[in-house]
Ligand binder design. Structure first.
Ligand SMILES: Cc1cc2nc3c(=O)[nH]c(=O)nc-3n(C[C@H](O)[C@H](O)[C@H](O)COP(=O)(O)OP(=O)(O)OC[C@H]3O[C@@H](n4cnc5c(N)ncnc54)[C@H](O)[C@@H]3O)c2cc1C
Ligand code: FES
Length: 328
């Protein structure tokens, strides 16, 4: 298989990549931590710029690059394979890690666990971002989880983690994790965080544990003293995945600017007065062009919601999203 030399700017780091490998995958194999998240074209964290050379760009979630970014050479490096030697501008992660301990484990419903980690020192992040947690007992396997609280002085991080059958991290969490267990965290990541530079009302759309970073964003907006209107749509397919309805109700009573809708499409949930489907509920209720939108959940929901909002005239730059794709 043909190999090409890659030079990363501005560090000058060099490594070789086969034509059938992605640039992120080959870099990681050679101990070079190009900044990345999902590894499968859903989050956009590995965005870089091709300064010289040719790549094949494999499919990725369309909204990650605007047409202008594509034209200026931006690429999704976890889905980019080299066709020549390349010079690429890309961020390299520092190897900095945080140590934490499991402070609390609290089931939030049938399939969701709240994990609270006490960090050994301040953990800088913005409300909405996520951390990568090393799977206990594995040598180098990590999973991404969004902080469900805004940064606080007590150095505690809250997470909402859904049980995935056979899942390495979630099975550990649901069956073997104990209070006091040690957890290693990478630095905070992601472009999904509360934008404070404008005064637009907020539209938040969360599917499943996509509610976690949305709760962090709500907490941060309260800390900032915002009174602008917030419309929150929370949806699940299966009634067993419903959680925090009491927390949302409490928030609604405390904050007159907040209104929320919960949808659940589970046919077994017979006495359900709320909407059955998340996105039709969003489409039916509002004109969202003036809103700053925060979307979080499965890649399918995020893609469908983005298409819907764009077709309703919401500008691309007002839509922020995090897609909970499985690890590559
Ligand atoms: C940026 C980001 C933030 C995230 N934040 C959260 C969060 O706050 N809360 C949360 O619960 N999850 C979150 N996730 C998902 C999380 O990172 C893991 O992918 C998930 O918890 C499964 O990990 P696991 O080790 O338990 O399963 P794995 O060992 O990774 O997977 C086991 C099997 O299940 C499949 N699988 C994994 N996930 C799914 C799925 N969703 N649907 C169907 N099959 C699946 C895998 O392909 C594999 O075959 C986030 C993902 C990303 C990229
Ligand atoms: S790491 Fe490339 S898109 Fe997520």
């Amino acid at each position: 298989m043909i190999e090409h030399e890659i030079v990363l700017e501005p560090s000058g780091t060099r490594f070789r990549v086969r034509e059938d490998q992605s640039i992120v995958e080959a870099a990681l194999e050679q101990g070079i931590a190009i900044h990345h998240g999902c590894g499968n074209g859903s989050c956009g964290d590995c965005k870089g710029t091709i300064l010289e050379g040719e790549i094949t760009q494999l499919p990725f979630m369309p909204l990650l690059l605007t047409p202008e970014e594509r034209a200026s050479g931006k690429a999704i490096l976890c889905k980019a394979q080299p066709r020549s030697s390349l010079r690429i501008a890309a961020k390299i992660d520092t190897a900095e890690q945080w140590q934490g301990r499991v402070e609390s484990l609290c089931p939030l419903g049938e399939t969701v666990m709240e994990l609270i980690i006490q960090c050994d020192r301040p953990y800088p992040y913005r409300a909405g971002q996520y951390a990568r947690l090393k799977i206990p007992g594995e040598t180098n396997a990590w999973r991404s989880y969004s902080m469900a609280n805004a940064p606080r002085e007590d150095q505690r991080l809250h997470f909402h983690i859904r049980k995935v059958p056979g899942g390495k991290f979630s099975e550990w969490l649901f069956t073997r994790a104990q209070i006091g267990d040690e957890i290693v965290l990478s630095g905070a990541q992601g472009d999904f965080y509360l934008r404070t530079e404008n005064e637009r009302p907020l539209l938040c759309i969360a599917a499943g544990t996509g509610l976690a970073p949305i709760e962090a964003i709500l907490e941060e907006s309260r800390k900032l003293g915002w009174r602008r209107s917030i419309s929150l749509y929370f949806g699940v397919r299966n009634r067993r995945d419903l959680y925090h309805l009491d927390v949302l109700e409490e928030l609604r009573q405390e904050r007159s600017e907040l209104r929320f809708s919960v949808s659940c499409s589970d046919p077994e949930l017979l006495r359900w007065s709320g909407p059955r489907r998340l996105l039709p509920a969003v489409a039916a209720e509002g004109h969202w062009q003036e809103h700053e939108v925060y979307l979080c959940g499965s890649p399918g929901m995020v893609e469908a919601a983005t298409d819907l909002l764009l077709s309703h005239g919401v500008p691309h730059e007002q839509i922020h999203f995090d897609s909970f794709s499985p690890s590559a």
